[in-house]
Design a protein. Sequence first.
Lengths: 305, 234
Amino acid sequence: MSRLTIEASTPLCLLQDAGRFGVRHLGVTQGGALDWVSMSWANWLLGNVLDAPVIEITLGGFSVVAEELCLLALAGADLGACIDQRPLSPGRSFILQKGQRLRFTQPYLGARAYLAAPGGFNAPKVLGSCASVVREELGGLDGFGRPLAEGARLEYSGAGVNLKELSGKQLPDLRSKAPLEVILGAQIGQFSGQSLFDAFNSAWTLDSRADRMGMRLLGPQLRYQGAPMISEGIPLGAIQVPPDGQPIVLLNDRQTIGGYPRLGALTPLALARLAQCLPGSEVRLTPVVQETAHRQQIEFLRGFV
Amino acid sequence: MKIRLEVVAIDCLMVRLFDAIAEANMPWMLAASERLRAAFGGQLIDLVPSYTTLMVHYDLRALSPSQARELIDVALTDLTPDSRTGGQRHVLPVWYDLSVGPELSLLSRRSGLSVSEVIRCHSEREYQVFALGFAPGFAFMGLVDEVLAAPRLDTPRKRVAAGSVGIAERQTAAYPVVSPGGWNLIGRTPSRLFDRERDGYSLMQPGDSVRFAAVEHAEFIRLGGDDTPLEVPA
């Protein structure tokens, strides 16, 4: 077993995996890494299953010291990671010698970095997952959903492998301005024609009111003209439109059911990109057919083999 | 009943069975759930029931959207309602008191009933669990007598104590854990509504029946209840 000690952390540094499944009918949220693509690459670099427990570091402010020689992998955002004084760019596995410090400072590109360890970080599975959901008191190192705290010990039990790095083709492009793809939902026809035009032809600004439950998009007011809805299941990435007309993209820690009308739902690839956008950045939306999105997703997943 | 199927996400389809909330929906909802679980087997990731819908979240690595549709169509052909009495029956002890249920007075004023009549009215009915959501183990139950129906608070409380029993419109529920909340609070239950050590985790499941039983303060404490009064907003 190898160990690291956390020297600095924030409430936005959380142990995550792919999330909690099979319990949503009990009101338990999904949780899990917001940028599942980067989580997958971090694990892939170490030969792990793609959803092994990783650390999601949002915006920086995280630092660990190796208690013995550790093999780790980093993917996702560039949060100014350094090993002691030496910069470490994401998209590679690396060695942290005993006593060396890995530190994340602030976002240079993207918002969330993922740190993986061989076999995944050790943590108890609660309702089938170690995804940390603070509000539900589920997951994390202690099983009660608490964020990673200064002084806590991180451990892993997997064996080392050769060092690897992602090729240019594998590295997600965090600068991409491509619009986020939306699978249209059943209420799409009940938004005004102007609203539909606006939804897909405007630049939307990410509000600072954003967390793991949802991100609010600021822009033209969208008008829903249908009847009030009865609460129903909410899929990951659903874009709901509350009465104020400002859409909210619902993320991994969303409530399980809700009654606001929806434009549709972002594709998983769009969600991974959105997870790397900072408040104030602009995004655009574009519609995609479910079958097409499905084919793209299957094709993308082949890249992890 | 005409079952409709809607696309909601890359790997989710909404099965819409009804257009209105009704207690009579439940035998159909339970029957449909059972058939869908059997049809999808290990390819089902989650099945999220609500009042009138079932959201099917399947494994997109195993099924294309058209295969998933096909599975649902076949599974729900010639659907018949689940004739069993449906679900478990629970009795939730409740200490109805103004210190933990401040809206008892509001509901009394709105309904013209005395506080003890409000309590009797809430506790003499058997409720059905329509759906779970909002928080783990939070069960939406109904229907509350029309005379007690009241809209949510204009400003939700930042902190509602665990076990708090409330009313919103014609629904009633109990908060499993401390959380923000806007329901009209009328009392508190000592029952543990969500327990990670329990088989099935949640005390209540969709389709269960629930009755609230008024208990005195001493009994509430004996059952493990926490009588800390609700924080009064400054």
